[in-house]
Design a protein around this ligand. Structure first.
Ligand SMILES: Nc1ncnc2c1ncn2[C@@H]1O[C@H](COP(=O)(O)OP(=O)(O)O)[C@@H](O)[C@H]1O
Ligand SMILES: [Mg+2]
Length: 419
């Protein structure tokens, strides 16, 4: 019995020893794992702090908050180099002066390594093999960090910070470029608007006086005088419509281009336009055919602007025509809850690649062609904006070059009930 008990006791001792050893190993590993987890967490937080902002000051402040405890510091500065490689503080929080640190900075940037001198740690930030800055961490007392762990964490943070510092610099440059462009754009709009207004007044005055001459108010006018006065008037009108286009364009650019909203009928608008373009059509031996098939004719919109749209489309049809006697067909119809109006011509047509682009500002398929006929490529851009403000759609169709063009507009009808 004694022997058995003795045996059991020694087994028990061995067993307990094993248990203790296992416990010790477990604890050691646990500590190590906990430490590693903590470091990973810290690195994660650093990455998050770095990603938190594109603003360099904020980003550095957020990151440094996490780094300072590693060295027992409480102040910091970020030094960045100018074009000549001279460092100065982009951010400085609490470091009285960075003068007298030249040696430290030189050493850190030259060897790309962390330098610890008295109460300062200099952390070089290198991205793509180039030192983009130096982070100084400081304390009121002497800073000593010897641990491998701190060093590893600091250099891991430095790698990420370097990229962030570089990104922030790029972002800053980009931001300045955008601000400059915005200002230029604003100036351009102001310039267009100012010049247009200045031009409009004298041209409108001249146009008015020519009208007086033509009406015979200033005395009888000979046929020859009438001919020349009419030419002047036509040119004045062209100039005025160009100026109005530029004014529309500049108000479109600034977002102040707005349409009226009243209940109007598409068929009435087409008929009105037919009357106003009649003289122009006669001058070109052109024929305008109307097919007013729409039953639901009413929609919410701007009468003057919609008339201008159709006049513009007819002008284009006349301008880009090859036929001796151009033919233009305007059709209105209903398509579901939509009113569709199309303007088709038998003119020079459009190749596929231009069908969408002609609605872009200043886009002209052939600038030489319109140089003769006038126009700057703004007509359809303005038309498109007007249709967009009516919550409608506009597009061009053509069977190809020489095969005519059709511009189609869909507008939401104001009539819900089917008739
Ligand atoms: N009916 C059409 N037939 C052929 N091409 C056209 C037609 N309408 C417009 N285009 C093309 O689209 C371009 C842009 O038209 P638009 O914006 O009215 O400018 P503009 O009339 O001042 O040239 C025209 O220059 C022309 O190349
Ligand atoms: Mg045009």
């Amino acid at each position: 019995v004694n022997a058995i008990i003795n045996n059991l006791a020694s087994y028990l001792v061995i067993f307990l020893a094993c248990l203790l050893a296992a416990w010790a190993i477990y604890n050691r590993d646990k500590k190590k794992i906990e430490e590693q987890t903590r470091d990973l967490q810290l690195l994660f937080n650093i990455a998050r702090a770095i990603g938190s902002s594109l603003d360099l000051k904020l980003l550095i402040a957020n990151t440094v908050k996490l780094l300072l405890p590693l060295v027992g510091g409480d102040r910091f500065a970020l030094l960045t180099a100018n074009d000549k490689g001279v460092y100065s503080a982009s951010v400085n929080q609490g470091l009285a002066s960075i003068e007298g640190l030249d040696d430290l900075i030189a050493k850190a940037s030259a060897n790309d390594e962390i330098v610890n001198a008295k109460n300062i740690v200099a952390l070089p930030l290198a991205a793509k093999g180039k030192t983009v800055g130096i982070l100084l961490l400081g304390g009121s007392r002497e800073i000593r960090f010897s641990g491998r762990r701190e060093k590893n964490l600091l250099s891991a943070a430095a790698d990420q910070l370097a990229i962030a510092v570089e990104n922030a610099a790029v972002y800053e440059k980009e931001k300045q470029a955008v601000a400059r462009l915005t200002e230029l754009d604003h100036l351009k709009n102001e310039f267009i608007s100012m010049v247009s207004h200045e031009l409009r007044t004298p041209v409108a005055a001249a146009d008015g006086y020519v009208s007086l001459f033509l009406a015979g108010v200033t005395g009888p006018v000979s046929d020859e005088q009438k001919k020349y006065l009419t030419i002047i008037k036509d040119n004045d009108q062209r100039l005025l419509s160009l100026i109005d286009r530029l004014l529309d364009f500049s108000s479109m650019e600034t977002g102040s281009f707005k349409i009226k909203k009243e209940l109007i009928s598409i068929n009435e608008i087409v008929s009105e336009v037919e009357k106003s373009v009649a003289p122009r059509l006669a001058g070109k031996q052109a024929r305008l055919r109307l097919e007013l098939n729409a039953q639901k004719v009413n929609f919410m919109g701007d009468r003057d602007k919609m008339c201008a749209v159709l006049v513009d489309l007819i002008d284009n049809a006349l301008k880009f025509s090859s036929a001796a006697a151009p033919e233009i067909r305007i059709v209105t119809a209903n398509k579901g809850g939509l009113i569709e109006v199309s303007v088709a011509d038998n003119g020079i047509g459009l190749a596929k690649e231009h069908l969408g682009a002609i609605f872009n500002e200043f886009y002209q398929v052939e600038a030489t062609m319109t140089r003769k006929t006038g126009g700057v490529g703004l007509g359809l851009a303005i038309v498109k904006e007007i249709i967009a403000q009516h919550h409608g759609k506009i597009w061009a169709e053509s069977a190809g070059k020489g095969k005519g063009t059709k511009i189609i507009i869909d507008l939401p009808s104001a009539e819900k009930v089917k008739r």
